[in-house]
Write a protein that binds this ligand. Structure first.
Ligand SMILES: *Cc1c(COP(=O)(O)O)cnc(C)c1O
Length: 461
């Protein structure tokens, strides 16, 4: 009791556990070799700590599990739909709700009802599925995020912010009539879980109102964004996460949502709108792609679990523990001089593989190599976000060489303990100590589409 330190801990206790298989170094060396040094091709049961993604991997509460038993599996007008609609109105304030099987289902419907061929859709850095649906609907995405977002060491507290000058230039160049909406992501996934400030959203609302342009939110991690506003933005420290979430939504006209992140469910999503006419068009279209507008591809029980999860996700104590755990892991990395993206983001830690393995050329796949090494060392599964994910230029056939060559350690919500975080940091340190001995990889199989999922490699040297 020397230093008067007061520790914090998770606001829950564990009622059920899932046992993990412990593997030996020899078993892991064999498993990763058979997987072609691609962590996507590992069997989940051979993984000890799975940081591949935070999507659909969170732990539900006992109340959510009880909600599954309350599923009203009627084809039309399920009770659970109305619970979900109540939750969306209460916590987000949107008027109309259309459930979808997950986020990309909502992106498809939104893009089809809003975007015409030749339209321009500005956004704060792209997300893979979001951009693809905008393009499939005939639109062109334009990045209007602030420049700081592209720099892994820039300490700007709101690296997800929209650059309003960039946006004004886009409006001037193409005309407001060609811009159906701006797509704002909170937080920005591909920038490393970086938030948008409330001040930036207010200014964006004023600018778009002037031009009659709508704002559509990608609100997949909105509670995490709200927590960062509470912690970092002047004037918001005493506000609850729940009230900040609702205020963010109030500056927008609608939203797409993947329930697999913030909302603590394994599957689910929705489209929310304030405009009645657009809602009617969308609720007709959802019948074609997802299911009737009162279930949208979800079982009644899934809607119930998501309705409950939304309420849990905006709790201050929940969010403090969620982001607190990510920050704890990030700080353990920094203590060990591991090069990571800063400031630490909301849903994971991103290791800068170019700095970690400076002796490797980018074509020797440093992030892919590091992800494979982390699995071999302690059975930790991570994901490459670098040259393999970037793919090739369709015209020239050359690799894209992205500036950021990262390994992503994504933290599922309520799943792992602080001891797991220590094991992760120690394993990364162990690999860092022997980094000079690490040779790169050679790609021996390359699929045509989204190669990072299925490509195979062999060790060099
Ligand atoms: C996951 C995600 C989506 C897509 O949601 P799915 O449920 O995976 O279809 C969209 N935007 C962001 C920012 C995401 O992280």
């Amino acid at each position: 009791m020397a230093n008067g330190k007061r520790s914090w801990a998770e606001p829950f206790k564990i009622k059920m556990v899932e046992l993990l298989k412990m593997t030996t170094p020899a078993q892991r060396a064999k498993a990763i070799k058979e997987a072609g040094y691609n962590t996507f091709l590992l069997k989940s049961e051979d993984v000890y700590i799975d940081l591949l993604t935070d999507s659909g991997t969170s732990a539900m509460s006992d109340v959510q599990w009880a909600g599954l038993m309350m599923g009203d599996e009627a084809y039309a007008g399920s009770k659970n739909f109305y619970h979900l609609e109540d939750a969306v109105k209460k916590y987000y304030g949107y008027k109309y709700l259309i459930p979808t099987h997950q986020g990309r289902g909502a992106e498809n419907i939104l893009s089809q009802v809003m975007i015409k061929k030749g339209d321009i859709v500005p956004g704060n850095m792209y997300f893979t599925t979001t951009r693809l649906h905008q393009e499939l609907a005939g639109g062109t995405f334009v990045d209007v995020i602030i420049d700081e977002a592209h720099d892994s060491q820039n300490m700007h507290p709101f690296k997800g912010n929209i650059d309003l000058d960039k946006l004004e230039k886009v409006i001037k160049k193409h005309g407001a009539a060609k811009i159906p909406y701006i797509c704002v992501a909170v937080t920005v996934n591909l920038a490393g879980g970086q938030p948008v400030s409330m001040g930036n959203l207010k200014e964006l609302r004023a600018l778009t109102n002037k031009h009659g342009i709508k704002i559509m939110l990608d609100m997949t991690r909105i509670a995490e964004n709200a927590y960062f506003i509470q912690q970092r933005e002047k004037g918001y420290a005493r506000r609850s996460v729940a009230s900040l979430v609702k205020e963010i939504c109030s500056y927008t006209d609608g939203a797409t949502f993947s329930g697999k992140k913030d909302a603590l469910v394994n599957i689910g999503g929705f489209l929310a709108l304030n405009d009645k006419q657009k809602y009617e068009e969308a609720s007709n279209l959802v019948v074609v792609y997802e299911g009737l507008h009162t279930y949208g591809g979800l079982a009644g029980r899934d809607m119930e679990a998501m309705a409950i999860g939304i309420g849990e996700s905006v709790g201050d104590e929940h969010m403090k523990a969620r982001i607190g755990q990510v920050i704890y892991l990030g700080e353990e990395m920094l203590k060990r001089n591991i090069p990571i993206v800063q400031p630490i983001g909301g849903h994971g830690i991103f290791i800068d593989a170019k700095q970690f393995l400076p002796h490797l050329k980018q074509i020797q796949f440093p992030a892919q190599t590091l992800a494979a090494e982390l699995y071999e060392d302690a059975g930790i599964r991570t994901m490459e976000r670098g040259i393999v994910s970037a793919g090739r230029n369709a015209k020239t056939g050359d690799h894209y060489y992205p500036k950021l060559e990262l390994v992503r350690l994504t933290i599922p919500r309520r799943v792992y303990t602080q001891a797991h975080m220590d094991v992760i940091a120690e394993s990364v340190e162990r690999v860092y100590e022997r980094r000079n001995k690490i040779k790169g990889l050679d790609m021996i199989f390359e699929p045509q589409y989204l190669r990072f999922f299925q490509a195979k490699f062999k060790k060099l040297g």
